[in-house]
Design a protein around this ligand. Structure first.
Ligand SMILES: Nc1ncnc2c1ncn2[C@@H]1O[C@H](COP(=O)(O)OP(=O)(O)OP(=O)(O)O)[C@@H](O)[C@H]1O
Length: 941
């Protein structure tokens, strides 16, 4: 008997032998019946017989009975269905594997149609998601762009739980994968980013890829939610998990036995959720009395369901991507990995220009204008602002033939005025092509559009005061807005899950636009007392702790949120303040003077000026200061940055001058303040008025080369320039070298963890050589090889001021080490040097040890994570024995064995100055390590 024949025989037998298993496990009966009928193994009557049988188990028994009567081929086809429709018969897959089921050639050619509810539901989701995600949101339903025609990658950085960089995400697949997971027990992929940086678009792209099966994942269900949607559900409305998934997302058709939901509960790892805009959850939900949801059947408040999903009380193991504005904190224990979006890099920006403008002429025009303005480039690194600028450029260019982007000091207010002008220009749009080349006159456009503009502004302000991003038709008409006004583009409808009626709920196309319009309302309001323009300043200046209460509540039910507004984030209010400053600036006086009484405008401007002139001083005085080597040092809060942004927006030199005077500290720490390149113009705007020298620590921000260019005029007074972890390339170092070498006041230069190569290292070497006060240089974790290492070592050799050099995590190798050895021989000032993680072997190590014997100044030396072996050990032991003055020697994680380490142990007896020598992480057993520690202790005490 041939193999095929054998297999056939075994199929029939198999069904008999494993009948019990099949009866107890088989689900999705309908799919079996559909295929057996379509293939002709069953007739209509067979199907009816099965369907007439009452319980599922009996239905399976009946099918088996019938199929076995039909013979071997039918039995094999039956198995083939189980094999082909994997998702529906997932429980039987291990069994098929165990019996080593392989379809015969004949059967393998037969058709199997997947009519299983689970697969159908997945297909339905893919279909709907493809439809919903294919276009970038429609602005005023006037122009839609296909996602794939405009989507451009952005910079995505992985962070650990302490917000330290773990590198960059290279592809969207990687976002879902294991890279950067710092807490495997955590459930949430936490994506943070500033306003308009592209969080929603990123999710949309993921959804689109999944819908086309182009995302590397074996998940079969995808549920997308916008967090602000949870405000649509009435507080009193109780719903179950099933409702949330099916009623408010996508309904499974033809699923009489609830197989889809059962499947989701059984295999949560097959489900992806995206929750967009955690920061947008509204504030007035009282969580205190809501019970924790742990059962998928229980009804609960929708927000409670959301929180239970997020922290894994429901559907544990499902993939959850949550986006939020930067600054909203969440407990690390529920976070699996953290990603921060940094916007467009210069290369991304180029790609985006090419996608956005089809005409080469426009591409060239925009590129030239951008190249001329690093400030504009900085703003355009935020995709939303970039989109507005480009869209306005295109629109105004077509309408008026010639249009240039605003040049030097374009502000965010300018950008949103431009967007409003584009929207309002629809009211004055030329009817004939003759008028097409009309002269652009923004004030006329705003004057004509004042009624709807004032209406939208009022609506925006009302929403902000209420803490709401959504508005109803009634609210629209209360603000005097008509159906036609909707077509201007400021608002878009929100799906309220009842497609049968005209949309009843609307939202502004972007929250930042709502903030802008709210500021407009504050300026336009002639009734309220002038001082009411400052209402949001007062609210924002109150210091808040980062909020993570809702999830604390989820993790431990004993924690009760004490604050009434647990989700509050005030960023949209900060934006309103910023736009207020812009609208009241002198630059906009002509435009605004046409819309509001000039007297009132003047009064409001005076109030604002008085407030801003003192606010930095007041803010700084309220912060703890301490005195360090560099003088009075203060670590500011992000609110400080907002004040600077506001001051820049006013464009007032007077205010900037007063602010600069108000900074009494000589060292400001702006680390982890979320400074992005566009902010550097604001910082520079104030700092250029400062007379005295200043240290500025801007480590761990998102400054990039554009930002450094913006700061150029301020470097002349900077004694401390700390720009670690800021995505800088060599072109930033060019700017620094030019300025720092010219002014020679710099004492500390921090460039750790950027993208500096040998060319940049050569420029840093120049700074070391030419700046006589420079003491500290941190340039670790860049891309410096032996070439750059040599430049730096030669510069260090010549410098008489430098005492601390950090080179950790480059690739200078033995050649670089040898150059440093030369520099170290009797160096007069260097006391602290790190050459850790630089690929240095025994060869380089020996040179360093020998050179150090002639140096009595160096105190601390780091050679951690290199590749030295035992043959270098006697040289280091010799150094220890020479008792040069070295107090700390770190040789952790090299390749010394116990034999090598023995040299150190012996040398210790001759040393009087060493306070620490650490050799952990070498090739020592636990006992050998303990022995060394013991000998160390004997010597040190
Ligand atoms: N990767 C991208 N490629 C092309 N355009 C983008 C990209 N990201 C964002 N945009 C543009 O910027 C606009 C705003 O982006 P998005 O709504 O995703 O920002 P966001 O980070 O969610 O902002 P917010 O926090 O204020 O809600 C988009 O409508 C789109 O025009």
């Amino acid at each position: 008997m041939g193999r095929v024949e054998e297999a056939r025989v075994s199929c029939l037998n198999l069904l008999t032998r494993h009948r019990e298993l099949l009866v107890s496990t088989l689900r999705s009966i309908q799919c079996l019946l559909d295929n057996l009928l379509a293939s002709g193994f069953f007739c209509e009557e067979d199907v009816e017989i099965v369907q007439r049988t009452v319980t599922k188990a009996n239905q399976v028994r009946k099918i088996l009975e019938l199929i076995q009567c039909k013979g071997e081929e039918a039995c094999e086809y039956f198995l083939f269905i189980l094999y082909k429709v994997r998702d529906a018969y997932i429980d039987l897959q291990p069994w098929l594997k165990e019996i080593d089921y392989k379809p015969s050639r004949d059967i393998g050619e037969m058709k199997v149609v997947n009519t299983d509810p689970i697969s159908r539901y997945s297909e339905k989701q893919r279909h709907e998601m493809s439809r919903d995600s294919s276009f970038i949101m429609s602005y005023g339903q006037q122009d839609e762009t296909r996602l794939e025609e405009l989507y451009t990658d952005t910079v995505m950085e992985l962070l650990n739980d302490c917000n330290e960089s773990l590198g960059f995400v290279e592809s969207l697949d990687q976002l879902l994968g294991e890279d950067g997971v710092f807490n495997p027990q955590g459930e949430i992929i936490y994506v943070m980013g500033d306003a308009g940086v592209g969080k929603s678009i990123l999710l949309q792209k993921l959804q689109n890829l999944w819908s086309k099966k182009e995302l590397q994942t074996d998940t079969i269900f995808f549920f997308k939610f916008r967090c602000r949607m949870f405000s649509i559900f009435k507080e009193a409305e109780q719903m179950s998990l099933r409702d949330l998934l099916f009623k408010y997302n996508c309904y499974p058709d033809h699923d009489p036995d609830n197989e889809v939901f059962d499947y989701i509960l059984r295999f949560p790892e097959k489900v992806v959720f995206t929750f967009d805009g955690y920061d947008e959850i509204q504030e007035d939900i009282d969580l205190t009395n809501v019970p924790e949801v742990v059962s998928p059947e229980d009804k609960a408040n929708s927000l409670q369901l959301l929180l239970s999903l997020l922290c894994g009380k429901l559907l544990k193991g499902s993939t959850k991507i949550l986006t939020t504005r930067t600054g909203i904190e969440m407990q690390s224990r529920v976070i699996r990995k953290k990603v921060v979006l940094r916007g467009f890099s210069p290369d991304h920006l180029k790609t985006y220009i090419n996608l956005h403008f089809k005409e080469q002429e426009h591409r060239d025009l925009v590129s030239v204008q951008l190249d001329a303005s690093p400030h504009l480039c900085g703003l355009c690194s935020t995709p939303l602002f970039c989109w507005i600028v480009f869209k306005s450029f295109r629109h105004l260019h077509t309408m008026h033939d010639v249009f240039h982007l605003p040049e030097t000091s374009i502000t965010l207010t300018d950008i949103f005025l431009l967007l409003s002008e584009v929207f309002l220009s629809r009211l004055v749009a030329p009817a004939s092509s003759l008028l097409k080349k009309s002269v652009r006159c923004p004030s006329e456009t705003f004057r004509v559009g004042l009624r709807p503009l004032a209406g939208f502004a009022k609506l925006a302000l009302q929403g902000l005061v209420r803490g709401s991003f959504l508005c109803s038709r009634e609210e629209l008409s209360e603000c005097g807005l008509t159906e036609e006004d909707l077509a201007l583009g400021f608002l878009r409808p929100v799906s309220d899950f009842d497609a049968s009626e005209a949309p009843a709920t609307f939202e502004f196309i972007h929250i930042t636009l709502q903030s802008f319009l709210a500021a407009f309302a504050l300026v336009l309001d002639e009734q309220a007392p002038g001082s009411s323009i400052l209402r949001f300043f007062t609210e924002c200046s109150r210091r808040r702790e980062p909020c993570c209460l809702p999830l604390a509540f989820c993790i431990s039910s004993s924690v009760k949120p004490s604050e009434k507004k647990p989700f509050a984030t005030n960023e949209h209010l900060q934006f309103t303040n910023l736009f207020l400053c812009g609208l009241l600036s002198k630059t906009q006086a002509r435009l605004m003077g046409q819309l509001v009484s000039p007297v009132l405008l003047k009064k409001k401007r005076a109030l604002l000026k008085a407030y801003l002139s003192t606010s930095v001083k007041v803010h700084l005085e309220g912060l703890p200061q301490h005195t360090a080597d560099e003088g009075k040092k203060v670590h500011v809060l992000p609110h400080f940055l907002w004040i600077l942004r506001c001051i820049f927006e006013t464009g007032s030199k007077d205010i900037a001058e007063m602010t600069a005077k108000g900074i009494t500290a000589s060292f400001i720490k702006l680390g982890y303040c979320n400074v992005y390149s566009g902010d550097c113009t604001a910082i520079n705007f104030v700092l250029q008025h400062r007379q005295k020298l200043l240290g500025l620590d801007m480590d761990n921000n998102n400054i990039s080369d554009y930002g450094v260019k913006q700061l150029q005029p301020s470097f002349c007074k900077m004694t401390v320039v700390r720009l670690c972890v800021n995505n800088l390339s060599d072109s930033s170092i060019e700017v620094l070298a030019e300025e720092l070498c010219k002014h020679k006041v710099v004492k500390v230069l921090g460039l750790y963890n950027n993208n500096i190569t040998d060319a940049g290292a050569q420029l840093v070497a120049q700074i070391i050589e030419e700046c006589p006060q420079l003491k500290v240089v941190k340039i670790g974790k860049n891309r410096i090889t032996s070439i750059g290492g040599r430049y730096l070592a030669n510069a260090v050799k010549k410098s008489a001021s430098i005492f601390d050099v950090g080179m950790w995590g480059n690739r200078i190798g033995d050649e670089g080490a040898q150059a440093f050895a030369e520099a170290l021989r009797s160096h007069p000032s260097l006391t602290n040097l790190s050459l850790s993680a630089n690929g240095i072997t025994s060869e380089g190590g020996k040179c360093l040890a020998e050179a150090l014997k002639e140096n009595s100044v160096l105190r601390i030396f780091w050679l951690v994570q290199n590749e030295m072996t035992d043959d270098a050990a006697p040289h280091w032991a010799g150094l220890v024995q020479a008792d040069t003055g070295l107090s700390h020697l770190w040789l952790i994680s090299n390749r010394f064995t116990a034999a090598g380490i023995q040299h150190f142990a012996e040398a210790l007896a001759f040393n009087t100055k060493l306070k620490e020598i650490c050799v952990k992480g070498n090739q020592l057993s636990k006992e050998e390590q303990q022995q060394f520690e013991l000998e160390k202790r004997l010597r040190f005490h």
